[in-house]
Design a binder for this molecule. Structure first.
Ligand code: NOJ
Ligand code: NOJ
Length: 621
C-alpha cells in the first residue's frame, strides 16, 4: 500500500512516534517499522487468544472443548468464565482468519459449534431454554459450560446475535465450499435458536456489553440487526425458515434513535447520569462493518457521517479524561476507554477499545476507497477538520496521489496509525495484553491475557493491511419505515435443541411466566435472591437460589425483580434471601410465602411483595 503523509499529520505522528516507540536517536518510525511491530503483535495476539480456549489452551486447564475463557485471571478480577459475547467475537476473528487462509484453525470452529449447541440448552438464572429461549440471555457460564449462579447484570441480549453472526459467516463459507448440507443440518439449528431469541426479545431492555446498565444498548441493537438481516439471507440460501428475521427492519428503525444530533447516545431507556458517550458505539460499528456498504446506509457504518461525528466527540472526551493523553493534540490518537465516567478497576483506557478506534478508521478509509468517493457534510465536517483543515462540505472523488481525496485518505490512515502507536506504546515487551492500562502511568492492569484484547488486535491488524471479511449483505437490508412502528415488535420464537451439533434433547414441562417483585432496601454490594421449593428457584438450596436484579431500583422504590418460568399448576413455597457483601451469613426472610402457578397455557403472574425480616449490614472486607 502506498503511503503519503499529509504534512500536519506528519508533524503530529512524528511527535507521537518519537515519544512512543522510536529508538532514541531516530526521527519518525517508518510505516514499514510499524508494519513489523503490528504483524509481530498480531501473531502473539492470535496465539494469546488460542491459549485461552479449551480443551488444550495452555493458560486455561479445565476449560471444556470449544469454550473460550475470558482471561486466566481467577481473582481480582475473576474472569475465569466463558462469556457468550467475548467468545463469539473471538470466534468471529478465528473464522475470518480461517477464511483468509489459516486452515489450522478449523478445529477451534468445530469445537465452538458443539460447545454452543450444548450451552444453548443449559438452564441458568436467566431462565431455561424451553419453552421460550430465556436462558440464552445469560451472559456467562463456568468454563466447563455449566451454569453460573451468582448475581450478575442479566440478561444481556447481544450474545445470541453475536454468536449467530459468527456461525452465519462460517455457514456461508461452507456453502461456498461445497458443504451446504453441513450448514443446513448441523449449524443452522443453532443459528435459528439465536435468531428466534433476537426476534422475540430485541425490543425488551437488557444489560449493555459492559454489564452495568439496564436499557437499550447501541452495540446490542446494531448487532441484532446484522444478525437478523444476514440470517434472512442465509435462510433463503438454505431454503429454511427464519423465525424472527422479519423483525430486521423494525430493529434498524430503532437503531436510528440513538443519535441525539451531536453524537450517538450508547445507552438509551436508562436512568443514569452519564452523557452516553461510550466506546460501545465504535465497537458496534466495527462489528457490523461491511466493505460493500454505502456510507449513508442506515446500518451506521464507520464511514457514516454520524459515526464520524460521534467518533470525534467521543475521542475528545478521553483526551481530557486520562493524564497519559495530556498534551496530545486533536487529530492524533489517544488511549481510549469505555466511557469517561467509568470507575471499574480505576476507570482506565482499554487495549481493545484503543485498537478498535484504529480499526474503525481503517474501515472507513476502506469504504471510501471502495466507493471512490467521500461526501463531507455539516455533520462530519468537524471530524475531518482536525485531520485536513482545508476540508469543505462537498463531494470528493478519487483522483491521483495529490488529489484532496487521496490526501484525506492518507490523513485518516495516519490518524488510525497513531491509535495503534498509542496501544503499542503501552504493550509490554512480551506482547501480553491485559484488559486495561493505567490512566496515569500506562502500566497494564485488570485481567491479564484478556482474550478479547487479543482478538481485537488481530482484527485491527487485518483491516490495517487491507484484509476485510466479505460483505454481509448490508445493501440488501430492508430499509426501515419512516416512522418506527409501535406494535408487532416481537415474534414468538421457536426453540429446538440443536441435537445434530450435539445438544442434549431437552424437553420442557409446561411452564408459565412468574415475575417476582419485592421491595427491599439494600446497601451497595448486597444482593437479593428468591429461594423456594421448586427446582427452578433452587429447591431450598441457597447455592442454587435465583438471583434478582436491581435495574428498577430507585430512591422512591427499592425494587428487586426477576422474571422466570415455573411448572404449570404447581404450588410453590418461597421466600427472599439477602447475600451480604463480605461472605457473612445469608439473611432469610422470617416468613414463608406461597404461590400457585396457573395451569398450562395460563397468563404470566406477578408477585408483589415487601421484604419481611432482618435488614443487612455491610461488612468490612
Ligand atoms: C463486572 C463487569 O464485568 C464489569 O464490566 C463491570 O464494570 C463491573 N462488574 C462492575 O459492575
Ligand atoms: C468486563 C467487560 O465489561 C465485559 O464486556 C466482558 O464481557 C467481561 N469483562 C469479560 O471479559
Amino acid at each position: 500500500m502506498q503511503f503519503h503523509f499529509y504534512p500536519i499529520a506528519v508533524a503530529i505522528v512524528s511527535l507521537l512516534f518519537s515519544q512512543a516507540i522510536a529508538p532514541p536517536s531516530s526521527g519518525i518510525k517508518s510505516r514499514t517499522a510499524i508494519d513489523d511491530s503490528v504483524s509481530k503483535q498480531a501473531a502473539i495476539s492470535l496465539q494469546g487468544a488460542l491459549n485461552n480456549i479449551g480443551p488444550d489452551g495452555s493458560e486455561v486447564p479445565g476449560a471444556g472443548a470449544g469454550f473460550v475463557v475470558a482471561s486466566p485471571s481467577k481473582v481480582d478480577p475473576p474472569y475465569f468464565y466463558t462469556w457468550t459475547r467475548d467468545s463469539a467475537l473471538t470466534l468471529k476473528m478465528i473464522i475470518d482468519e480461517f477464511i483468509f487462509g489459516n486452515t489450522s484453525l478449523q478445529s477451534y470452529i468445530e469445537d465452538y459449534i458443539h460447545a454452543q449447541a450444548v450451552l444453548q440448552t443449559v438452564s441458568n438464572p436467566s431462565g431455561t431454554f424451553l419453552p421460550a429461549g430465556l436462558g440464552m440471555g445469560e451472559p456467562k457460564y463456568q468454563v466447563d459450560g455449566t451454569r453460573f449462579n451468582g448475581a450478575w447484570g442479566r440478561p444481556q441480549r447481544d450474545g445470541p446475535a453475536l454468536r449467530a453472526i459468527a456461525l452465519i459467516t462460517y455457514s456461508n463459507w461452507l456453502i461456498e465450499n461445497g458443504q451446504p448440507s453441513k450448514a443446513k443440518d448441523i449449524i443452522w439449528p443453532i443459528i435459528a435458536n439465536d435468531l428466534s431469541y433476537v426476534g422475540q426479545y430485541w425490543n425488551q431492555t437488557g444489560f449493555d456489553l459492559w454489564e452495568e446498565t439496564q436499557g437499550s444498548s447501541f452495540f446490542t441493537v446494531q448487532n441484532q440487526h446484522r444478525a437478523l438481516a444476514q440470517g434472512t439471507q442465509l435462510a433463503e440460501d438454505l431454503r429454511v425458515t427464519c423465525t424472527g428475521c422479519v423483525q430486521a427492519p423494525e430493529v434498524l428503525c430503532f437503531l436510528q434513535s440513538f443519535w441525539n444530533g451531536n453524537f450517538t447516545v450508547s445507552n438509551i431507556n436508562v436512568n443514569n447520569s452519564r452523557t452516553g458517550l461510550d466506546g460501545n458505539s465504535i465497537l458496534g460499528s466495527i462489528s457490523t462493518f461491511d466493505i460493500d456498504a454505502y456510507c449513508d446506509s442506515p446500518t451506521l457504518q464507520p464511514c457514516h457521517s454520524t459515526s464520524l461525528a460521534n467518533f470525534k466527540v467521543l475521542i475528545d472526551t478521553f483526551r481530557e479524561t486520562y493524564s497519559i493523553n495530556s498534551g496530545i493534540p486533536v487529530g492524533s490518537g489517544v488511549a481510549v476507554g469505555r466511557y469517561a465516567e467509568d470507575v471499574y478497576q480505576g476507570g482506565n483506557p482499554w487495549y481493545l477499545i484503543t485498537t478498535a478506534a484504529a480499526e474503525f478508521l481503517y474501515d472507513a478509509v476502506a469504504q471510501w476507497k471502495a466507493r471512490h468517493n467521500l461526501f463531507v457534510d455539516e455533520t462530519s465536517l468537524a471530524f475531518f477538520k482536525d485531520l485536513y483543515p482545508a476540508v469543505q462540505v462537498r463531494q470528493y472523488n478519487s483522483g491521483n496521489a495529490h488529489s484532496p481525496f487521496v490526501e484525506i485518505m492518507n490523513a485518516v490512515t495516519a490518524y488510525a496509525d497513531s491509535f495503534v502507536a498509542v496501544a503499542e506504546k503501552y504493550i509490554p515487551a512480551n506482547g501480553s495484553l491485559a484488559e486495561q492500562f493505567n490512566r496515569d502511568t500506562g502500566a497494564p492492569l485488570s485481567a491479564i491475557d484478556l482474550t478479547w484484547s487479543y482478538a481485537a488486535f488481530v482484527t485491527m491488524s487485518q483491516r490495517r493491511s487491507g484484509r476485510f471479511p466479505r460483505s454481509w449483505g448490508s445493501r440488501n437490508a430492508i430499509t426501515p419505515p419512516a416512522t418506527c412502528p409501535t406494535s408487532s415488535l416481537s415474534t414468538k420464537g421457536i426453540y429446538v435443541p440443536a441435537t445434530a451439533a450435539g445438544a442434549p434433547n431437552v424437553t420442557s414441562s409446561c411452564q408459565v411466566n412468574v415475575v417476582f417483585n419485592v421491595n427491599a432496601s439494600t446497601y451497595f454490594g448486597e444482593n437479593l435472591y428468591v429461594i423456594g421449593s421448586a427446582e427452578d428457584i433452587g429447591a431450598w438450596d441457597v447455592e442454587n437460589a435465583l438471583p434478582m436484579g436491581a435495574g428498577g431500583y430507585t430512591s422512591d422504590r427499592p425494587l428487586w425483580s426477576v422474571s422466570t418460568y415455573l411448572d404449570a399448576g404447581e404450588t410453590v413455597s418461597y421466600k427472599y434471601v439477602r447475600q451480604e457483601n463480605c461472605n457473612q451469613a445469608w439473611l432469610y426472610e422470617t416468613r414463608n410465602r406461597t404461590l400457585t402457578v396457573p395451569a398450562c397455557g395460563g397468563d404470566a403472574i406477578m408477585q408483589e411483595d415487601a421484604w419481611v425480616g432482618p435488614g443487612g449490614a455491610a461488612g468490612t472486607c
